[in-house]
Design a protein around this ligand. Structure first.
Ligand SMILES: [Zn+2]
Length: 259
């Protein structure tokens, strides 16, 4: 989620070694963009609003991990539909991500899951979204945080498939800490924007009220790796209002918006 820097970074470095992103299949598919074009002129920015805008939240029961998994699987189905269509419009090949729901620390392709630090992470090495369902969340079946965590980690998966993670990895290979952090913030804020865009597109079907969204924004904490809280909120809202990934080009944004 917003605390996935270490794992993400490790993943970035290793993903370079395994640089073979999914091969294009079908004559209509275009190659995954590379270099600066992947960041600033990515075809995903030209796809328009999400087509699928229905995503009911399923019921969960307190302390019932299975009901949480069903809830999250259903959300994954919504994300796959929404993003799959965006990829089709961008003429980029799409495949569903792997996802693992865990309730305690686990070994991932990017090292040990940082339990207590991250609510979720995407690991480019095993191409898997790792999501921690913790005791706190299990007590409150109405919580909304997991929904955002999944939408955010899915955003990192999208970044992997559209060439963003590999491009950033290459550009930062010999970068100092400050430069690395600055690039990392652009990656994280884009994932926040992707998350906001998806959530905004299905919001009317969730049965939530404004309070849930405001509460999510209010609880947003910033840091040097993810951006100031006000910037995270800015990109979440920008995505929400934009309803599609086109407004999420953090790589062309002024430095003040990705600080
Ligand atoms: Zn993240």
């Amino acid at each position: 989620m917003r605390k996935s820097f270490i794992a993400l970074l490790t993943g970035l470095i290793v993903s370079l070694l395994l640089s073979g992103t999914a091969a294009a299949s079908g004559s209509a598919a275009r190659p995954v963009p590379t270099g600066k074009a992947a960041l600033t002129k990515n075809p995903i920015y030209a796809t328009g609003e999400f087509d699928f805008t229905e995503c009911k939240e399923l019921n969960r029961q307190p302390d019932d991990v299975d009901s949480y998994k069903i809830y999250l699987d259903h959300l994954m189905d919504c994300l796959n539909l929404s993003w799959g269509e965006e990829f089709a419009q961008a003429k980029l090949t799409f495949a569903k991500p792997k996802v693992r729901f865990i309730t305690a620390a686990a070994k991932t392709g990017c090292g040990k899951y940082p339990a207590g630090y991250a609510a979720g992470m995407y690991c480019p090495v095993d191409k898997t979204m790792w999501v921690l369902i913790d005791k706190h969340q299990l007590k409150d079946p109405s919580e909304f945080e997991l929904f955002e965590v999944i939408a955010h980690e899915y955003g990192h998966y999208v970044q992997d498939r559209i060439g963003v993670l590999t491009a950033v990895d290459r550009m930062t290979r010999r970068a100092g800490k400050a430069t690395l952090y600055a690039w990392n913030r652009r990656v994280e804020l884009q994932a926040a924007c992707f998350s906001g865009a998806f959530i905004g597109s299905v919001w009317h079907s969730l049965g939530r009220d404004q309070w849930d969204w405001d509460d999510l924004l209010d609880r947003t904490l910033g840091d040097v790796l993810h951006g100031k809280a006000k910037n995270i909120r800015y990109w979440l809202k920008r995505g929400w209002n934009g309803n599609g990934p086109g407004v999420c080009n953090t790589f062309s944004a002024p430095a003040s918006k990705v600080a």
